[in-house]
Design a protein around this ligand. Structure first.
Ligand SMILES: Nc1ncnc2c1ncn2[C@@H]1O[C@H](COP(=O)(O)OP(=O)(O)OP(=O)(O)O)[C@@H](O)[C@H]1O
Ligand SMILES: [Mg+2]
Length: 393
């Protein structure tokens, strides 16, 4: 179908205003409804990535750089729904566009086999027929343990080195992304340790990891991989409202609809700087009247209501219920404060010492439920405060 940019829409609006025609009448007749462009799912690269321009540019620069760039080893942390997986997917796509081989894995047992097999499969066109054989390694072998092949003993590092040498012939880099970083998984530590060897050997490799803040921190404290403390770090925090607005508007207009400015303001405020919520609000307000071209204030109101309910019943409830009683007591002790809670107030309300409360502060920071701000802490997960307040009624 014909795509109509925002200028066309403006023209139609102006024409209709001049002619005294109600906004929806003419527009509907020339509009074939499009699929909902919002992605309130998990790990899907959104139509427009809001508020991550600096990180995205850094990654692009690192992948294009002729020399080894520090951002080729990057650790991304953030709360559930803050956009970690989407960024890994995005980086993998960007890398492939620049001629890299990108393999994606999750920190689970078997991840080393997974990386090896995926590398072989994705790089098959660049490898000798023997090296490209996916069946060459026994899947499920204990990583690091040597095992017999027809010819010689080998192990994960050795197999990967062989592949990297062949990739090097065409100056092709290898990006490994690891999602849901698990500090206690031996294969996770092993992958990071061997990656460090690849870097010191001058190989064209990149490692992008994502996980919850406390898991990433725990991984960095493992002595075997202490180099990770020097990796590039990104904590995915709240996205500014104007950036959310911009991304929402573009997403809508590229799918041939438009949104009333006041509706857009409301929607962005409801998203509260949180990527998953932004997608949820967008998705629900779009679905109110998908056959009409304009998303109105009423559509935004109805969409926000639905999105709030889903966010509370889904992410917020599950997150809260999984917390320990003391974690919950800490959060409850934050409620009397409007914006910021000081640690001394929280400790006093909990009836505990400052250092005891601080332990729980760190746990909750690690889960991305609260964040630090000058002078104290505040809620980070949207609707958590409201959810807890309702529990007290
Ligand atoms: N910067 C962004 N702008 C707009 N939408 C985004 C952005 N980042 C992620 N999203 C959208 O938000 C949703 C959640 O993102 P994602 O699954 O990457 O979060 P996550 O941090 O990996 O969460 P989890 O810890 O639960 O795995 C996805 O549907 C994605 O499309
Ligand atoms: Mg994820």
């Amino acid at each position: 179908m014909q795509s109509t940019g925002s200028t066309d829409i403006k023209e139609i609006k102006e024409y209709k205003e001049n002619q005294g025609i109600p906004i929806h009448g003419v527009i509907m007749s020339s509009y074939a409804p499009q699929e909902n462009p919002f992605t309130p799912t998990f790990g899907e690269v959104p139509a427009h990535m809001a508020g991550r321009a600096v990180l995205v540019n850094d990654l692009r620069r690192a992948l294009s750089s002729a020399k080894r760039h520090p951002n080729l080893t990057t650790a991304i942390t953030g709360a559930r729904g803050s956009g970690k997986t989407a960024l890994l997917s995005f980086a993998a796509e960007e890398a492939e566009r620049r001629g890299w081989i990108a393999v994606r894995t999750v920190a689970l047992p078997g991840m080393l086999d997974d990386v090896l097999i995926s590398t072989r499969r994705k790089a098959a066109h660049l490898l000798s027929p023997k090296a490209a054989r996916v069946t060459g390694v026994e899947v499920g072998q204990m990583p690091g343990v040597e095992w017999e092949r027809e010819d010689e003993p080998t192990n994960w590092r050795n197999e990967m080195t062989g592949l990297l040498e062949q990739l090097d012939e065409t100056e092709t880099g290898l990006l490994i992304t690891v999602d849901e970083v698990q500090p206690k998984l031996p294969e996770m530590v092993q992958l990071a340790a061997i990656y460090q060897i690849f870097v010191t050997e001058g190989r064209k490799v990149a490692l992008l990891m994502a996980g919850l803040p406390h898991n990433m921190l725990a991984l960095e404290t493992d002595k075997t991989v202490s180099f990770l403390r020097r990796a590039q770090k990104w904590q995915l925090g709240r996205i500014e409202d104007y950036e959310v607005e911009d991304a929402m508007r573009r997403t809508i207009e590229e799918s041939d609809r438009f949104i009333a400015p006041s509706a857009l303001k409301k929607a962005a405020a409801a998203a509260n700087g949180f990527p998953f919520m932004m997608q949820l609000v967008g998705f629900r307000m779009w679905d109110q009247h998908p056959g009409q071209r304009e998303i109105t204030d009423a559509d935004a109101d109805a969409g926000i209501l639905l999105a709030n309910k889903e966010m509370r019943e889904g992410i917020v409830r599950a997150t809260y219920e999984a917390l320990s009683p003391v974690d919950k007591a800490f959060l409850n002790a934050m409620l009397p404060d409007d914006r910021l809670s000081t640690m001394s107030d929280i400790a006093q309300r909990m009836g505990k010492t400052h250092s005891y409360a601080t332990q729980y502060k760190n746990r909750l920071l690690g889960h991305g439920i609260i964040e630090e701000a000058p002078g104290g802490v505040r809620f980070q997960l949207p609707l958590m405060r409201e959810y807890i307040a309702d529990q007290q009624l």
